[in-house]
Design a protein around this ligand. Structure first.
Ligand code: ARG
Length: 263
């Protein structure tokens, strides 16, 4: 059960040693600026862009799009910081932050106490909950009905953790996928009986795959809040991000984006 989290911690420790010893083969990128010449502050965001409508790749243009992508760009604009956004696989996000490949994560990442020990989060920018996706006609009506069923999750997400917590749930029945759409495709094909994932993404999948025969079931899931993560202690960037977030909420940009993606 704790294997994945252990792996994550292992990766982080490895990343840290790597960064501290500088054994990157003389690669200067991402190192502290030399005295005198201060490095220009920019936003280098990472996101697991297989999460429409929050973050996804436009297959025609190859560009990353989505609520989070637009939001971080708007935040950058509001505080005068250049923004780049790149795809990083979900499990690679913390290591990429640690290595300096990116300096923030905007990836529908729920603020949790465990994660707060690893990174610092911005003010919450989005409220979401988990939802259970099942095939039409399924007899699954809530979380406890998942015991004995095959349940798909994106590994190391809050959906995964919610399923792990169900009493009597066997780890071998939790099918862990690297990307949420993989879990939903497996549900569509009948290879798993249910998927537990963030509601906005499940609802978007159903909207775009009306023939998949998927419906949703709720339970008393806790509210979750997404935050933008920075490396622990990177107050300079975090302050800017919070400042920008407050500005875009105040000037109506946030509401416009919300309408664009959810209405
Ligand atoms: N909100 C969930 C979590 O923080 C899932 C987020 C997954 N994000 C993504 N882009 N795949 O664990």
């Amino acid at each position: 059960m704790k294997r994945f989290r252990l792996l994550l911690v292992g990766l982080l420790v490895f990343g840290l040693i790597f960064a501290l010893t500088g054994c990157g083969g003389g690669d200067e990128a991402g190192e502290a600026p030399d005295a005198g010449e201060a490095e220009k502050l920019v936003i280098k965001a990472g996101t697991d862009a297989a999460y429409a409508p929050m973050e996804y790749k436009n297959e025609e243009t190859g560009e990353l799009e989505g609520f989070d992508v637009d939001l971080i760009k708007a935040i950058g604009e509001a505080v005068g910081l250049e923004v780049s956004v790149k795809h990083v696989d979900w499990d690679g996000l913390f290591p990429a932050l640690e290595s300096g490949d990116i300096n923030c994560i905007i990836s529908s990442m729920t603020i949790t106490d465990e994660r707060k020990e690893i990174v610092d989060f911005s003010e919450p920018y989005f409220e979401a909950t988990q939802i259970i996706a099942v095939k039409e006609g399924s007899n699954i009506k809530g979380l406890k009905d998942l015991v004995g069923k095959k349940v798909g999750v994106q590994q190391n997400t809050t959906g995964h953790y919610a399923v792990e917590k169900i009493e009597g749930m066997k780890d071998e029945d939790i099918k862990k996928f690297p990307f949420t759409p993989d879990a939903l495709i497996n549900l569509t094909n009948g290879l798993v009986d249910a998927v537990v994932a963030d509601a906005p993404v499940v609802l978007n999948y159903i909207k775009h795959n009306p023939d998949a025969g998927i419906v949703t079931v709720t339970d008393d899931f806790e509210k979750e809040y997404y935050g933008i993560a920075v490396k622990k202690g990177n107050k300079e960037l975090l302050d800017k991000i919070n400042e920008g977030l407050a500005k875009v909420k105040e000037d109506g940009t946030y509401d416009e984006l919300y309408k664009k993606y959810f209405e």
